[in-house]
Design a binder for this molecule. Structure first.
Ligand code: ZN
Length: 423
């Protein structure tokens, strides 16, 4: 594989980012202090309004798109719908020879009523705040990198489609169709999830599924008519034990019982309870194995008279396997990082993101181009602020390297070679 050298005439364009630190930091903090928990659609839309302002100067075609509501089983075992915030999509130069998809999510895991709403300094180099790293700092990295492309003389070589989605933290149920649509039009993807806490990039990623089991039994008074009751909690406990026993039966697959709710007064045989769990796996073929196992556990328990278990949910993220094109893209980023003094390795991770969806649609992508920080999804979430400018330079350098090479007549057949999607 050829070593990618950063063309010397790219460097002055990257230097334009040298004085952008304060601006990136201020805007990251501003976005982080708008609560945008995935189910807080007003807050997500407030972030969207800010992003409309921050992208106005790009003079791209801009669409605000409503996405389907989230449907889920509530604690009572009933199906409910939650409205989600809108998505924002920008497109520019759809006729350019090379098309890139840029994606960052607006939502966070911190609900509207979370106690974690403000940004504070931990030390001179580090801030703590909701979404500072996942993914609001990444949004600034994406925007600044794109600014550099737009200012450069090679801009017309690359057309781009930028998606700000409202629901990544809950598995992108509403925005998945928008990502699949983009996959029909682009050659590669850049996603601005945080890099790994040590600064490295994610390569292969596991797939993920979220499920809910509702257990229906029959209520009865525990004293007078215990024998008439059918205990929903007992049935669910048997299910959870059997499911948890699947751990270790097949390599790369994990089952995690995560939430349990139900029952009531102790003098009543409980008639209903629910359980939520997550499955992670490395190979797409294993999804069917998991579903078959779950079905047979449920079928066995449902043999009991008066007991009924229902399974809801499914696999929302396919495993991200590295195709040769995806590998080459990652190594290109690594080489460019090396020249910019940003040492990068490619690591496997159990986490998943929109990069999984894009890869499943056949589009090579790098999905950890955002900022460096850690403890994401917790109130300890921190951002190493000195990563803002270097990460913007890294993404800008990737975009400029493609654009400049295209201007010199280079073809990028390797991007499509293993994607299955021909433009
Ligand atoms: Zn994220």
């Amino acid at each position: 594989m050829a070593h990618h050298c950063l063309a010397p005439d790219i460097l002055p364009w990257l230097d334009r980012l040298n004085d952008q630190h304060d601006d990136m930091l201020a805007k990251t903090i501003e976005l982080a202090e708008i609560n945008s928990g995935s189910l807080n659609h007003q807050g997500v839309n407030q972030v969207l309004a800010q992003l409309q302002k921050l992208t106005a100067h790009l003079s791209a075609e801009q669409e605000r798109i409503a996405v389907a509501p989230l449907t889920e089983v509530n604690d009572n075992g009933s199906m409910v719908q939650h409205r989600l915030g809108d998505a924002l999509r920008l497109r520019k130069r759809p006729q350019a020879p090379l098309q890139v998809f840029l994606c960052g999510h607006m939502d966070t895991v911190f609900a509207k009523d979370s106690s974690f709403q403000q940004v504070r300094w931990l030390d001179d180099d580090t801030i703590n705040g909701p979404g500072v790293t996942d993914l609001k700092g990444g949004i600034l990295v994406m925007l600044k990198a794109l600014d550099v492309l737009e200012q450069s003389p090679w801009a017309e070589q690359i057309g781009w489609e930028m998606l700000f989605n409202p629901d990544e933290e809950i598995g992108s149920p509403g925005s998945a169709p928008l990502i699949a649509e983009a996959a029909q039009r682009v050659h590669f993807g850049m996603i601005f999830e945080p890099c790994l806490p040590d600064g490295n990039l994610a390569g292969q990623r596991k797939g993920s599924g979220n499920f809910t089991v509702v257990s229906h039994g029959k209520a009865a008074h525990a004293g007078r008519e215990h024998h008439l009751g059918r205990n929903a909690i007992r049935a669910l406990c048997d299910f959870i034990s059997a499911m948890d026993d699947l751990n270790g039966q097949r390599p790369g697959i994990t089952f995690n019982p995560g939430y349990i709710h139900g029952g009531g007064p102790t003098n009543i045989v409980p008639e209903r309870c629910i359980h939520r769990f997550n499955i992670r796996l490395e190979h797409p073929d294993d999804q069917q194995w998991c579903l078959t196992q779950l079905d047979s556990i449920i079928a066995a328990i449902n043999q009991r008279e008066g007991i009924r278990l229902e399974l809801h949910g499914g696999f929302t993220r396919q495993p991200k396997l590295l195709t040769p094109a995806n590998r080459q893209l990652l190594f290109m980023a690594k080489d460019i990082g090396h020249e910019l003094g940003i040492p990068l390795e490619i690591k496997l991770t159990g986490g998943c993101c929109d990069g999984n969806n894009l890869a499943a649609a056949g589009i090579p992508n790098i999905d950890t181009l955002g900022v460096q920080g850690g403890a994401i999804h917790s109130e300890q979430e921190y951002l190493y602020v000195k990563s803002l400018v270097p990460r913007a330079k890294l993404s800008a350098a990737i975009l400029l390297s493609f654009a400049r090479a295209s201007a010199f007549g280079e073809q990028f057949d390797w991007l499509a070679a293993s994607s299955g999607e021909q433009q």
